[in-house]
Write a protein that binds this ligand. Sequence first.
Ligand code: HEM
Length: 139
Amino acid sequence: MVEAELALREREILEASLEALAARAGDPTAAVYERLFARYPETEALFVRDRNGAVKGEMLAKVFECALDLAGPNAYAANFIRCEVVNHEGVGVPRELFPRFFEVAVDAFQALMGEAWTPEVDRTWRGLIARMAALAQGA
Ligand code: HEM
């Protein structure tokens, strides 16, 4: 398969998995942050200004957007991630912790999807979050 076809397939898998996630579990935001705070309890206090949950929702939405961008046009995710690593250091998120959010999110999706999380979906998401983590590490 040529590269362009592989990229198209990757994007199709991501889109289909996000639709399936929404259909099965609704909004995954609460499950993602429950997992984040269980794994990295020190992060909960950083969200003190997020009284209505808008920041948490926006952060997760950006992870979806970055994954879809990397699997598609690759227009802005690389720069966005590099900038956010620096912005986050300013609000007290160490640079090595930043990419851990990708893993937390995907682990939460996997748990919500149960049997419907296929090896192909797993490979696609894990591949993308590894690329996002590499971008963050190179920031
Ligand atoms: C464990 C890792 C992370 C922690 C603890 C964290 C924490 C935070 C906190 C505390 C804020 C609010 C800052 C404030 O009060 O102004 C914030 C905002 C934000 N974060 Fe993260 N973050 C993490 C990873 C990420 C990742 C991987 C992305 C996306 C690639 C991201 C995207 C954003 C965005 C876009 C905002 C601004 C949202 C808004 O104000 O509407 N964060 N983050």
